[in-house]
Design a protein around this ligand. Structure first.
Ligand SMILES: C[S@@+](CC[C@H](N)C(=O)[O-])C[C@H]1O[C@@H](n2cnc3c(N)ncnc32)[C@H](O)[C@@H]1O
Length: 217
């Protein structure tokens, strides 16, 4: 089993790594052979959307594809600070390219550039997706980590609808779903748009069933 990054002094405004985060780590541990041979000598550009504590990116940087170019994004400014600290603490040997930017999804990223996209989204069904607080001192930043609007899918669909322009020709997206997101329906819709979709890993977590789907051309 590959080592899990340490998260030091987690800010209470930032999502604490949980079953869903650990499922992503297991997903990448399972995919390591495939990813190394798929990208061979190339340094892929990896973007983690909604990085939170940065645990997933730090894990990939240490254990899976250390020669990559890394970018993380989050709407939550506290997450950006925490992600930077996590990478600094766990990946001190990393001398490649890494940045963490406060922004929604991949809005500022050049189209067609992303080789690997990772997203553990706010997937809990809720009446609405919360507004982005207008002050860093607000105590509602954490709501953005969880509440995903109708079917818990509002933020995820925003990303999926843009996948074609975001990913490079060989690009792959790894996205986490809970059962209430109706991942099999999502799979059918994306397949009807020409995407290949695999369920990489699935696990019961309390009363939730979480799975990670892989989208590629
Ligand atoms: C379930 S948490 C996952 C955190 C971390 N990736 C993990 O696996 O532990 C979802 C994260 O997405 C962020 N988020 C929510 N909406 C977003 C958006 N539109 N763009 C970027 N990040 C977003 C939240 O602030 C939160 O950090």
């Amino acid at each position: 089993m590959l080592p899990t990054p340490d998260i030091k002094d987690l800010d209470f405004n930032v999502y604490e790594p949980s079953e869903d985060s650990f499922l992503l780590l297991d997903c990448f541990e399972q995919e390591i052979k495939f990813l190394k041979s798929y990208f061979q000598q190339k340094s892929p550009i990896i973007i983690e959307v909604g990085t939170g504590s940065g645990i997933v990116t730090s894990f990939i940087m240490s254990n899976i594809l250390p020669e990559s170019i890394f970018l993380t994004t989050d709407v939550n400014p506290h997450a950006i600070t925490t992600c930077r600290k996590t990478v600094e603490y766990n990946n001190s040997q990393f001398s490649g390219c890494f940045d963490a930017l406060q922004m929604s999804l991949t809005t500022g990223v050049r189209k067609g550039l992303v080789d690997i996209l990772v997203f553990n989204p706010p997937y809990v069904p809720a009446e609405d997706v919360p507004e982005i607080p207008d002050s860093e001192r607000s105590d509602t930043w954490l709501d953005l980590a969880l509440l995903g609007g109708s079917d818990g899918m509002v933020v995820t669909w925003e990303l999926l609808n843009d996948l074609d322009t975001t990913l490079s020709e060989k690009g792959i997206a790894y996205i986490l779903f809970c059962a209430r997101n109706k991942p099999l329906e999502v799979q059918k819709i994306m397949e009807s748009r020409g995407w290949k979709v695999d369920v990489v890993i699935s696990r019961k977590a309390g009363w939730e069933v979480l799975s990670i789907l892989k989208f590629y051309r």
